[in-house]
Design a protein around this ligand. Structure first.
Ligand SMILES: [Fe+2]
Length: 436
């Protein structure tokens, strides 16, 4: 079967255009010290600095605060962002934002911190029932009414790409499932990406972050092409998850090349600054790509794997409660998913494997899924990632609950290159139980 990504094969009523929305970006060692001058340029006089308790005393927050203070900006700190935020923690942060009345936000931390700042900015600016803006079918999926206050996002891990996207992900406690809020209005005004923040990250945090990047890039690259989506009645109804497109393809391929080349080095050696900085750049590229195309099944399944966690506690993360870190929860599904989706667009699966460093000489279309799956498994083994969903505590008996946890992620499942039913998810979770 030929690849489905022939963008110029347009269909009746199908989309004919794609959009590119990107945050302003400043990238480079030391760029965090620009926070004050940048905030002033955005007209901010009183800024809410979002971070978490662990980071609050560390260098990146100190550098940002010093720079903001030197620029004469009034700083109010919220250091209670939760790793893996929930609707409850988003509400807590919103109450802070309402009381603090900032005219701008700066988030210094990982995806959880940046997403919390996005949500607090949204609900403090346009108060509504919590589920109003949450993605349908879990929430109402209501459009954000207007622009938010300026937000400077400063990532301290090399993974989520949240600094470049209009997505905020959280656990909805009542459903024990991850979902999110997605709107172009949520995209930070500016991303200050300082690779020096990655120099002190624990190995396992780098591994999970780098696999999140890998998944963003591979899922975007193999997503349903934008031309296969129905053309919306109005251009502003074009979703951010618009499917694979020529813009996202560029960032995805380069991000895969960098991850394939630098992941193992960046995990193994904290002093390998070249590797960690290149992983940070890969995260940025993948973030600007998937922010305009969307991810698909591995992330959809990952939300269930993380949301239903039993007692798994990884090294390098706060030990207060069980957690399957985001990148890990996604990648444990990925080889099984790509083995199953490869037939829909074999040349992209094969090309993705090649970008990641697999030897694809002599491989044909029928081998695409296996070659890509094997390369991901090779990288998982080399960086200490658990052996499939079995490695983070799940067994065959958990598969029905995992499927039910994944099913509400229709926005992601519909972005896959093939139609995904419950039976497909069953086979994919079964295939993900163990890889070696
Ligand atoms: Fe992700």
């Amino acid at each position: 079967m030929a690849c489905c990504h022939q963008y110029y094969d347009q269909t009746d009523g199908g989309e004919t255009a794609f959009s590119v929305d990107v945050s302003s970006i400043a990238f480079g060692p030391g760029v965090l010290a620009e926070a004050g001058a940048r905030a002033r340029d955005l007209g901010i006089r009183r800024i809410a600095l979002f971070t978490d308790r662990r980071l609050a005393a560390l260098e990146p927050v100190t550098v940002a605060r010093r720079s903001l203070a030197a620029a004469g900006i009034d700083v109010v700190v919220y250091d209670e962002c939760r790793v893996e935020p929930t609707d409850e923690s988003f509400r807590h942060a919103t109450r802070f934002a309402v009381e603090a009345r900032p005219d701008g936000y700066i988030s210094v931390g990982g995806g959880s911190v940046m997403d919390t700042a996005k949500a607090a900015n949204l609900y403090a600016t346009y108060p509504a029932d919590f589920l109003a803006y949450v993605n349908a079918p879990v929430g109402e999926g209501r459009a954000v009414p207007g622009p938010l206050k300026p937000h400077i996002a400063c990532p301290t891990t090399c993974g989520t790409g949240s600094e470049c996207t209009g997505i905020a992900v959280f656990d909805l406690l009542a459903l024990q499932a991850k979902t999110g809020i997605a709107s172009r209005r949520l995209r930070p005004s500016l991303a200050l990406i300082d690779p020096m923040t990655t120099h002190t990250l624990p190995a396992n945090v780098v591994a999970c972050s780098a696999f999140d990047v890998l998944a963003h890039a591979l899922e975007s690259y193999t997503a349903m092409p934008y031309t296969r989506r129905q053309r919306p009645a109005h251009p502003n109804q074009r979703p951010m998850s618009q499917g694979a497109n020529p813009w996202s393809d560029v960032g995805c391929r380069e991000a895969l090349r960098l991850v394939g080349r630098y992941m193992v080095r960046g995990v193994a050696d904290a002093n390998d600054r070249e590797a960690r900085e290149q992983l940070m750049w890969a995260a940025t590229l993948a973030g600007t790509a998937f922010g305009n195309s969307g991810v698909h099944v591995p992330h959809g399944m990952g939300y269930a794997v993380a949301g239903l966690v039993k007692d798994y506690q990884p090294a390098g993360y706060p030990a207060e409660e069980p957690i399957v870190p985001h990148g890990m929860s996604v990648i444990v599904n990925a080889p099984a998913v790509f083995r199953a989706t490869a037939h829909a667009c074999p040349d992209r699966h094969l090309d993705g494997a090649g970008c990641l460093g697999a030897d694809i000489r002599g491989a044909g279309e029928a081998d695409a899924g296996e070659v890509l799956g094997a390369r991901i498994v090779e990288l998982m083994k080399a960086t200490g990632i658990p052996n499939g969903i079995g490695g983070v505590g799940y067994g065959t008996g958990d598969i029905p609950a995992l499927i039910e946890g994944t099913w509400p992620q229709q926005r992601l499942l519909k972005n896959a290159p093939m139609e995904i039913g419950r039976d497909h998810l069953h086979a994919m979770f079964e295939g993900a139980l163990r890889y070696w």
